[in-house]
Design a protein around this ligand. Sequence first.
Ligand SMILES: [Mg+2]
Length: 365
Amino acid sequence: MKITISAIKADIGSIGGHLCPSKKLVEAVSEVVKKSSIILDHKIFHTGDDITILMSHDKGENYPEIHRLAWDAFQRGTEVAKEQGLYGAGQDLLKDSFSGNIKGSGPAVAEIEFEERPAEPFLLFMADKTNPGAYNLPFYLAFADPFHNSGLILVPKISQGYKFIIMDMDFKGEGDKVIELETPNDIYNIACLLRDTERFGISEVYSKSGHKCLSLSTTRLHNISGTYTGKDDPIALVRVQKDFPATGEILSPFSISHYVAGFMRGSHVGPLMPVRVNTPVSYFDGPPIVSGVALCVHNGKFTEEVDVFDHPYWDYIRDKASAKAEEIRKQGFFGSAMLGMNELEYTGITEKLEELDKRFIIKEK
Ligand SMILES: [Mg+2]
């Protein structure tokens, strides 16, 4: 059976600042999705201030009515957010009306259409207070590095490598500017691009037999709105096992808690902390967090989810991430603790610098 799993995420309002959505808001979104007859199944999660709608259906990727369903659910949620006086009500809905595809309207989208395998396990990752480039390191390592993916050594089909689709997120023309690069031959070219997490992001990964196993919401909101509107908090869907990396191989690189862009006002650098699902945001509007669930799907019906970072091992990683967050916060806004000016040009600092520039004088030697 050919099915599509679609994950669509938006921040449409939260309690007490950018912490987490209200129960009433999550319920309002859920009510709209529940009533739909075009989906086979659905689940709703939140991570930080973002709500993710996970759906299964047989309509294919980019199907307008599926995207409209998410749009309508987020619109209804926004009404409730306004009724409750939540902060940032409707924040990620950047267009006035739905235009056939929710991509480019603010919400993050990850979708994979596939022929169901007899066992069809997959993962959904939801990150908050960071941007799509946050996934560059963990997914590069999970698909291309035998330190994390032992299947590259042990499983002949996995040893063939994978095809990475990498997007230039700075491209402002119509459509998406992408490049296809294959491991192992292009491994250094892939590394060369992915190190620039502000500009380049993985958007898809395919096995050498042509099966899509990773879909990532790779867009930059400031390219849509022209101003700072949040941090493009990214989601990802990953099919796992058999010809794809094992679940544990995908999770392995998240133990690094690598430093990513985001944190307070989306303008700083902090460690990506793996957290339990439905975890709110706290310290310095962060630290950047990622949650994950593992499920199986059969005939379009989801099993219950397993919270992949709800395990004693990850408590130890969270402690280390807290220490990393504390360490970089000690230097406040200086140097690498805050993003470079090219990333801050969408904030109010530009006006401040323009004002200051007028006050500079040239002193004679
Ligand atoms: Mg968010």
